[in-house]
Design a protein around this ligand. Structure first.
Ligand SMILES: Cc1cc2nc3c(=O)[nH]c(=O)nc-3n(C[C@H](O)[C@H](O)[C@H](O)COP(=O)(O)O)c2cc1C
Length: 409
């Protein structure tokens, strides 16, 4: 078994498939992995803490107000400790709780307090699974970035056949092997990612500038997703209201020229994703003093082109990243304009997004994009949270790097 020396937190929910957690824990322990477990109140009806404790060789957690161990603040320490959190079985009820952000017991509080990946392994009667409420929760949870495995089609404990059967412990192990395999390789090779985000501002006097409505949200989410995959990530961002987390390296800039210089200084990198909406033009000169109103009206401003960061990366002979990814914000002819841009700037992938709609794109929490590669393959991501779109982009970037075979031989 590949899976070794990982720290896995298993949360056991209140479904008939709960007994299978014992098998998972047994296999994980054979691979020298550390396992800690939380049993929900309903989970305890299906499997005993004694069985879990015996197999995991450590205490099973149950109560958020545990007088003996809360000195450590379990919901924080467990989340910090884990490499990944698995909820098996994830019941319909548990999905509802997560979808509304409940923190009513140890299991839900650990999850809400965690910045680790959380793998949900649902199991329920087929009608519970296809119920509109459950499907709505599924969409919400996917948007929030929860990972899902299953459910599978098959015969269920209730005697019915359909989608709702929990993925087997072997399938969960295969998922985890693939999950850690990729991340361990990225860490071992110390792969570097460079992401640009936000707008730039081009000042024509000390207080006035031209810019655009980019919020930086999409680029920031991409940096977070790549960071979670194990890339050493640098985010170069124009002015933005986002509260940046400390675990990625942030370089704040204002103008396109500053962004260009920071990008150049951050090379070499294995992948560069240019999500920033760089202002194409800058005023020929920046006035030392505020330009008077009448002068503004009667004096036309002269502009020059800013340096093209994406083209610089795509055509860089010495330090070209193995993968150069551009964003193409368009209001018309989305796909054709984007493919033209990809070819002109020698990128490997282009993310086309329509910025003419208010509910997606600039400043919205949602986006809808087409991811196009230089062979013309296209993947459409329907309207989703920017964090979800970012994860999809990060996955595709990762697969492209793996397929290239240059990095992982
Ligand atoms: C015998 C029995 C089996 C159950 N199996 C499931 C199941 O497989 N999936 C599910 O979603 N709920 C199932 N339920 C209902 C859950 O136990 C119930 O919704 C519970 O509140 C879920 O607790 P949790 O949120 O801690 O997982 C079952 C209930 C009983 C009595």
């Amino acid at each position: 078994m590949y899976l070794k020396n990982k720290k896995i937190l298993v949360i056991v929910g209140g479904g008939i498939a709960a007994y299978k957690c014992l098998d998972l824990i047994r296999i994980l322990k054979r691979g020298n992995n550390e396992v800690k477990s939380i049993l929900t109140k309903s989970g305890k009806e299906f499997v005993t803490p004694l069985s879990i404790t015996t197999l995991s060789k450590t205490n099973t957690y149950e109560d958020i107000f545990d007088k003996t161990s809360e000195a450590e603040i379990d919901h924080i320490s467990l989340s910090r400790w884990a490499d990944i959190i698995i909820v098996m079985p994830t019941t319909a009820n548990f999905m509802t709780k997560l979808s509304i952000g409940k923190a009513e017991d140890l299991a839900t509080t650990v999850i809400l307090a965690s910045n680790k990946d959380i793998l949900l392994v649902p199991a329920m009667n087929v009608r519970m699974w296809i119920h509109k409420a459950t499907q709505k929760n599924l969409k919400i949870l996917q948007d929030y970035g929860y990972l899902f495995l299953g459910p599978e089609k098959g015969e269920m404990a209730c005697g019915e056949y359909g989608e709702g059967k929990m993925s087997s412990p072997r399938q969960i192990i295969a998922y985890l092997e693939n999950y850690f395999n990729k991340r361990d390789l990225i860490k071992k090779k110390r792969l570097k990612a460079l992401v640009t985000a936000g707008p730039t501002r081009e000042y024509f006097d000390p207080i006035r500038y031209i810019s655009n409505e980019s919020s930086g949200k999409q680029g920031y989410e991409i940096a977070l997703a790549l960071n979670k995959f194990g890339f050493k990530t640098t985010l170069i961002t124009g002015p933005s209201n986002i509260n940046f987390q400390k675990d990625i390296k942030i370089k704040k800039v204002v103008t396109a020229e500053e962004m260009f210089n920071e990008v150049k200084n951050s090379l070499p990198a294995d992948v560069a994703i240019c999500a920033a909406a760089v202002t194409d033009l800058k005023p020929l000169k920046k006035n030392k003093n505020k330009i008077k109103k009448d002068d503004l009206i009667f004096k036309s401003l002269n502009f020059q082109k800013n340096k093209d960061i994406l083209e610089f990366l795509g055509k860089n002979n010495r330090f070209r990243p193995k993968l150069v990814v551009g964003f193409s914000a368009e209001t018309e002819n989305l796909v054709n304009n984007s493919i033209y841009k990809m070819k002109r700037k020698n990128c490997d992938l282009i993310i086309a997004n329509n910025v003419s709609k208010k509910d997606i794109g600039f400043d919205s929490d949602y986006n809808k994009v087409s991811i196009i590669d230089n062979k013309g393959n296209t993947k459409i991501i329907k309207k989703s949270r920017k964090s979800f779109v970012a994860n999809k982009i990060a996955e595709i970037v990762l697969n492209k790097l793996l397929d290239n075979n240059k990095l992982f031989n």
